[in-house]
Ligand binder design. Structure first.
Ligand code: CO8
Length: 260
């Protein structure tokens, strides 16, 4: 099968671009997440790579978040394997020693938002039709504590309380207003602006920046690493409940209907 992520490393600048190319909407399937973790690990170990830019090759969408089909009508065993891969994606990204920048060139709901806020810096296309946020409650599901923690660390407690309960999807201007993204640029400049920002971040000595990043993020990461098995069990149990499956089914039907 074709790779779902295209990785281009420029060893001169030390900047890698990870381009998501999993049509139609870069949903985070088990295959996607596995490929993502492997790519991150390779870059992390590559001395010539100091920064990664995440972006999308698909039009209008950065990532549609977790692949709902991986959570719908599946066994608890499958749910467990899938959830472990979701955890792995976050641990690798949030805990990365490299500078990570999200070049958000389209909508970025739920898991797509999680990926974005797990980066060090976010640049989004200035297009009010693109939205970003943790909209889990709209699906009748609940953003796990580590999604919530990542959001709190980005926009603060009060904004997160509103955003998560209401399942808010912010238009790009609103996302900028609350600090969910750091910068808006015209759509065609998202990648070049990300490269420019990266140069600024890479001007800081790696060791000092890495230790500082770790001081900021380690307590949040530790909460999950010390509790991974329980988090997997909780997810597998929650997502396979009849009532939750029913909500997901209704949401999927709504997605199809909206399209028709
Ligand atoms: N998973 C699987 N399939 C998806 C997803 C998804 N997340 N998103 C879209 N699709 C499918 C659509 O159903 C459609 O399929 P088909 O062609 O067969 O009808 C196809 O992709 C294209 O989608 P659209 O026609 O809707 O494309 P648009 O360009 O109009 O819109 C959007 C793109 C904005 C991304 C839109 O598709 C959308 O809003 N998708 C839903 C996004 C969403 O709500 N994701 C939430 C996923 S849950 C999550 O990430 C965290 C869960 C944490 C679990 C915690 C439990 C304890």
């Amino acid at each position: 099968t074709a790779p779902k992520i295209k990785v281009d490393l420029d060893s001169t600048s030390g900047i890698a671009v990870m381009k998501f190319q999993s049509p139609p909407v870069n949903s985070l399937s088990l295959d996607f997440l596995t490929e993502f973790a492997i790519s991150m690990e390779k870059l992390e170990l590559d001395k010539s790579c100091r920064g990664v830019i995440l972006t999308s090759a698909q039009p209008k969408v950065f990532s549609a978040g977790l692949d709902i089909m991986e959570m719908y009508g599946k066994s608890p065993e499958h749910a467990s394997v899938f959830w472990k891969a979701v955890q792995e994606m976050w641990l690798k990204l949030y805990g990365s020693n490299m500078v990570t920048i999200a070049a958000i060139n389209g909508s970025s709901p739920a898991g797509g938002c999680l990926m974005s806020i797990s980066c060090d810096y976010r640049i989004m296309a200035d297009n009010p039709r693109y939205s970003i946020g943790l909209n889990e409650t709209l699906l009748g599901i609940v953003a796990p504590f580590w999604f919530k923690d990542t959001m709190v660390n980005t926009v603060g407690h009060r904004e997160t309380e509103k955003a998560l309960q209401l399942g808010l999807l912010y238009s790009s201007p609103d996302a900028l207003k609350v600090g969910l993204v750091d910068q808006l640029v015209p759509e065609e400049s998202v990648l070049s602006a990300a490269t420019e920002a990266m140069t600024k971040w890479l001007a800081i000595p790696d060791h000092a920046r890495q230790i500082t990043k770790s001081i900021m993020r380690k307590p949040t990461l530790d909460k999950l690493t010390s509790n991974r098995e329980n988090d997997i069990k909780y997810f597998a149990n929650f997502i396979t409940k009849d009532s939750i499956q029913k909500s997901l089914g209704m949401y999927l039907a709504m997605l199809k209907k909206r399209k028709a």
